[in-house]
Design a protein around this ligand. Structure first.
Ligand SMILES: O=C(O)C1=C[C@@H](OP(=O)(O)O)[C@@H](O)[C@H](O)C1
Ligand SMILES: C=C(OP(=O)(O)O)C(=O)O
Length: 427
């Protein structure tokens, strides 16, 4: 249990947030099926991304990691060997779903399982279209839950309309489509993060994006390359919030990924009235945009968030809920039912834990309604094994009246192992 004291002074300093989780996963996945060596810099050594590395090592791909530098010696799609043991995807939905797509095209048998949380997360959204492409995937409840057994092989491209806006489902279908006969076409209901598409191009492949339709052709050969992973905007969001809320703060966050399909938190903070500058931006034509963020405190206003904005900030909703407790007026978050199938049901866990600190927050069918501002009290709260809930509660403790005891703080290592060191460095 972590005992967290209210902030005594403003948060001041520079934090280099760790590498982006979504991009770190994909860098290893594409490198593993590419021909030749790939060097990844600023890889996120969080538990989720280490699960991805381990899965490929189980399939005999040589991968060496030294801190945040990873070297992968890919031997092409056929370089993957049938794993001898169950592939352990840990707590990672991204690993589980993207690996399903990748394995659907491999002519061998494999079994995927993760932790207790993964065993509750819906997989049919991926396994159903992959089976339509010709893969044989089975598991509990008609292939909806892990452990899942996969016998991949001769796939046919399909045209598929995603029932939910999910980059994980899109990416799984693209990874299968890259190995299938013909073309695979995916229509998204809303644009979702496009890191997979950018990674396909970075490894020398082709992908077409026309509005919300993305297509790939089978038979693509990838070539090893060098990847520099930008800082994770989802991790940076906790410090953007902390600096906005704690009087006297000034935090600088260099080299944060600003991919427009991910950067909805910046739009929302600006709409709430945050004092934030984006400086020194870099926008490589074929890569991921980055920039330095400077954030200071400001009086925040409530906002309404929904529609196409939701996929651009889906993982930031817990910290937006905390910001809303400190903002003037009502915040309404809607169209976010996907939060129910994350590491926890994030509508329930956010509402339950923030209520313990006295917040005025209620769950709705597809989001939450928050009334602010409200001076939070101290108390004992829990992450429920969900890293983003853990970090949101740690930031809440900075603006609470009394100490906050956080149970399950170790879950934070899933995406941000240095979180408490970085927080202490600016206190
Ligand atoms: O593709 C990705 O890397 C991710 C996509 C999102 O999930 P969904 O695609 O299920 O919405 C997000 O919540 C997750 O943290 C990472
Ligand atoms: C939902 C998340 O990740 P994943 O789906 O990969 O478990 C997250 O990081 O907030």
């Amino acid at each position: 249990m972590e005992k967290l004291a209210p902030a005594q002074t403003g948060l001041k300093g520079t934090i280099k947030v760790p590498g982006d989780k979504s991009i770190s996963h994909r860098s290893v996945m594409f490198a593993a099926v590419a021909r030749g060596k790939t060097m990844v810099e600023n890889f996120l050594p969080g538990a989720d991304c280490l699960s991805t590395i381990h899965c490929f090592q189980q399939m005999s791909v040589p991968i060496e990691r030294d801190g945040t530098r990873v070297v992968i010696a890919g031997k092409g799609w056929d370089g993957l060997a049938e794993p001898e043991t169950v592939l352990d995807t840990g707590n990672s939905g991204t690993t589980t779903r993207l690996m399903l797509g990748l394995l659907a095209g491999r002519p061998f048998h494999s079994v995927i399982a993760g932790d207790e949380s993964i065993a509750k997360r819906p997989m049919q959204r991926v396994t159903k279209p992959l089976c339509e492409m010709g893969a044989h995937i089975d598991g509990r409840m008609g292939g909806n839950f892990t452990p899942l057994s996969i016998r991949g092989g001769a796939l046919q491209g399909i045209e598929y309309r995603l029932p939910v806006a999910s980059a994980q489902v899109k990416s799984a279908l693209l990874l299968a489509g890259l190995q299938a006969d013909g073309t695979t076409i995916v229509h998204e209901p809303q644009p979702t993060r496009d890191h997979t598409e950018r990674m396909i191009r970075a490894f020398g492949g082709e992908v077409r994006t026309e509005g919300r339709t993305i297509s790939v052709r089978g038979g693509t050969v990838f070539h090893g390359t060098e990847i520099v992973v930008p800082g994770d905007i989802s991790s940076a969001a906790f410090f953007m919030a902390a600096a906005s809320l704690v009087p006297g703060s000034e935090i600088v966050l260099p080299d944060v990924g600003l991919n427009p399909t991910r950067a909805g938190i910046i739009d929302v903070l600006k709409q709430m009235g945050a004092d934030m500058e984006v400086i020194e931006t870099h926008a490589p034509s074929d890569g991921e945009q980055t920039g330095t963020l400077v954030i200071r405190p400001a009086a925040l206003q409530g906002v309404e968030i929904g529609g196409g904005l939701i996929p651009r900030l889906i993982d930031e909703i817990p910290i937006i809920a905390l910001l809303a407790t400190q903002a003037e007026g009502r915040t309404v978050i809607k169209d976010a039912a996907e939060l129910k199938v994350k590491e926890t049901n994030r509508i329930d866990t956010v509402v339950r834990e923030l209520k313990k600190l006295g917040a005025h927050i209620e769950a709705t069918a597809d989001g939450m309604i928050i009334e602010g501002p409200c001076r939070l009290s101290g108390g004992t709260v829990e992450s429920h094994g969900d890293h983003r809930i853990g970090m949101m509660l740690a930031v809440a403790s900075l603006v609470a009246k009394d100490a906050v005891c956080l149970k399950g703080a170790e879950a934070i290592a899933v995406s941000y192992p240095q979180f408490f060191d970085d927080l202490k460095s600016v206190l």
